[in-house]
Design a protein around this ligand. Structure first.
Ligand code: C2E
Ligand code: CA
Ligand code: CA
Ligand code: CA
Length: 381
């Protein structure tokens, strides 16, 4: 593929060469260029010959991709190619589904960062279909009353309950409880997180208002997770103010949990939003600390009150020296910045002892209770 003037010419020639090479190994092969840098290969090979055809295709396609990236480096041509490949045999398939499969493989190749090839496999199909069906159902979830908040205790070093975190759950009519780790990322991509997050905040405020009226619970804080997408809505401050007024929840008991990904975006605007909410008495916790792009300058500039050490550092705290060092340093950092530090994912008494010995006095984890429906919250511990 030397000697081509434009990147485009070169990519056309790539497709032609691939086609010619594949004609030698497969019953028949179709190479199509579906956009400037996207290629699909439909490989028709029977039974035993499938493996061989797949191997040769992979080898040839890889060499072409390597040549492309070399040319890109040497001649600074802005070219790359993504290749999706699917195998089929005979005429039993409908051409439509073969093309769909190649396209799924192509999308995976692109998602892998470009200049990659991917073979279609049935797992890909399952995950694409699964995602689409889950997404469709999520659209209905709010209207069908399938969302719920579960609550998890936060405990201090005397064993007293000092706060609660609200965690979303989705009760899917067929699948049962779906974890937010599955559906929140989906909701963030398609924007559903905005109405869902509103619903969660509203339900949490209603609960907070109930506690405020009962002396035994009136000093509890309630932490609510806020997605970056939701937080960056232009009217987020008014939304929260509206909910506080509507539910009569005490703002000074509300903690909003944000993640480092939020702080990376428009820091000035984020800071202003936080300051306006803080003027109402709302507090902020930085969630999952240590897993994102932790920048110490955010910690200094933003009005944070609390820092939550991610559970991934707590898990092997007692056996992994690096994790122990990170947790130790984080506690010192939080204390010196005047932040409350909360350890997440505390499951064992030994972890609790270690944390207490190192100056962390607030904990959340299965040791004290799993997230539960409100009716059972104060029974579990
Ligand atoms: P997160 O905010 O870091 O929540 C803590 C997660 O750790 C929860 O998972 C909780 O069930 C789990 N957990 C608590 N203690 C332990 C423990 O001792 N061991 C282990 N292994 N896990 C523990 P969950 O409920 O599946 O939530 C996952 C994530 O979904 C949350 O992580 C949060 O980022 C997101 N999320 C949950 N509710 C909401 C919400 O209302 N809005 C938004 N935007 N995100 C939410
Ligand atoms: Ca959280
Ligand atoms: Ca967390
Ligand atoms: Ca987390």
């Amino acid at each position: 593929i030397q000697g081509h003037e434009s990147g485009d010419q070169l990519l056309i020639s790539v497709a032609v060469q691939l086609q010619q090479l594949l004609n030698k190994v497969a019953q028949d092969a179709t190479v199509a260029r579906v956009s400037s840098d996207e290629f699909v290969v439909l490989l028709n090979a029977l039974g035993e010959r499938q493996n061989e055809a797949a191997l040769v295709t992979e080898r040839v396609a890889r060499q072409l991709l390597e040549a492309i990236s070399q040319l890109r480096n040497d001649r600074e041509l802005p070219i790359s190619a993504s290749i999706g490949i699917t195998l089929f045999s005979g005429v039993s398939h409908s051409m439509n589904s073969v093309l769909q499969q190649a396209d799924i493989a192509l999308q995976q190749a692109k998602a892998a960062g470009g200049n990659k090839l991917r073979f279609f496999n049935s797992d890909m199909q399952t995950s694409v279909l699964e995602r689409a069906s889950l997404e469709g159902d999520l659209h209905q979830a709010l209207a069908r009353n399938e969302l719920a908040l579960h609550y998890q205790l936060q405990v201090d070093h005397h064993g007293a309950t000092v706060g609660v975190e609200a965690l979303l759950r989705w009760y899917h009519p067929q699948r049962g409880w779906v974890s937010p780790a599955t559906f929140i990322p989906l909701a963030e991509e398609n924007g559903l997180i905005v109405p869902i997050g509103h619903w969660a905040l509203k339900s949490a405020c209603e609960q907070l208002a109930k506690w405020a009226a009962q002396p035994a619970y009136s000093s509890l804080s309630l932490s609510v997770n806020v997605s970056s997408v939701q937080f960056q809505q232009p009217d987020f401050v008014r939304e929260v103010e509206g909910l506080l007024a509507e539910t009569q929840a005490p703002a000074s008991r509300l903690v909003l949990e944000v993640t480092e990904s939020l702080l990376m975006r428009e820091p000035t605007r984020v800071r202003n939003t936080m300051l306006r909410l803080r003027a109402r008495g709302i507090r902020f916790a930085l969630d999952d600390f240590g897993t994102g792009y932790s920048s110490l300058s955010y910690l200094k500039r933003l009005p944070l009150d609390e820092l939550k050490i991610d559970q991934s550092f707590i898990r092997e705290l007692l056996t992994d020296k690096t994790d122990a060092a990170i947790v130790d340093t984080t506690i010192l950092l939080a204390v010196s910045l005047g932040l409350t530090v909360v350890a997440e994912g505390v499951e064992k008494k030994e972890q609790l002892d270690w944390l207490r010995g190192h100056g962390c006095y607030r904990y959340q984890g299965y040791l004290f209770g799993r997230p539960t429906p409100i009716e059972y919250l104060f029974e579990t511990y």
